[in-house]
Design a protein around this ligand. Structure first.
Ligand code: URA
Length: 207
């Protein structure tokens, strides 16, 4: 507990935390990645959104949710009546994990040890921001936040409580926008996107 308190006090602002994360070597993902992609958003944001990891576009830009999944998230938030500039956006894992395929870099799901290694960054972001609600998008974010495996298909749309950094945290579970982009059937994708928007709309109560 004492060591944790010392580690936590090492960063007194999100800006300082982001600077520290730039040189993170806590897992091997830093090496092939272009850069750390840290969370972004206003210091007084009441809602934090947590994704899985940066994608190809985020890795190059150094900013979260600027690629296709981010655009879908922006559209869904707008439909839910939420101004995305009011939110803090981050990821469970701060480096892009990929497999080279020709000229492309294909997304690879982060392994449990990588999510675990990255967790103190997320914990510190939560402590410093102190959001009223955390939105976990997808199983990786949900597991990182709840400390247990989560089947998103079963629990999506629900708000669960989790002990976090000594306090109780409200966590809204929903799907990841990349999952929606991968659905091959247009009707299925449209229905799933509408449900995603309804899930996100629950965050309005905490804004
Ligand atoms: N997907 C994520 O989970 N996070 C991003 O930042 C981009 C895509």
């Amino acid at each position: 507990h004492h060591a944790e308190a010392v580690a936590r006090s090492a960063a007194d602002s999100l800006e300082r935390l982001a600077l520290q994360a730039r040189t993170c070597r806590r897992c091997p993902l830093w090496e092939p990645a272009t850069q750390t992609v840290f969370g972004e958003g206003p210091r007084d944001a009441r809602v934090m959104i947590v994704g899985e990891q940066p994608g190809d576009a985020e890795d190059l830009a150094g900013r979260p949710f600027v690629g296709p999944a981010g655009r879908l998230l922006d559209r869904s938030l707008a439909q839910a009546g939420i101004d995305c500039d009011a939110l803090y956006l981050t990821n469970a894992v701060k480096h892009f994990k990929f497999a080279p395929r020709g000229k492309q870099r294909l997304h690879v799901r982060p392994a449990d040890p990588e999510v675990f290694a990255c967790k103190s960054w997320l914990d510190n972001e939560i402590d410093l921001l102190d959001p009223a609600l955390i939105v976990a998008m997808g199983a990786t974010a949900a597991q990182a936040l709840l400390g247990r495996p989560v089947r998103i298909t079963h629990e999506r749309g629900t708000i669960v409580q989790s002990a976090h950094g000594g306090g109780r945290r409200r966590i809204l579970l929903t799907v990841h926008p990349s999952y929606l982009l991968r659905l091959p059937d247009a009707d299925v994708a449209a229905r799933a996107s509408a449900q995603f928007t309804r899930d996100l709309a629950q965050a309005c109560d905490w804004l």
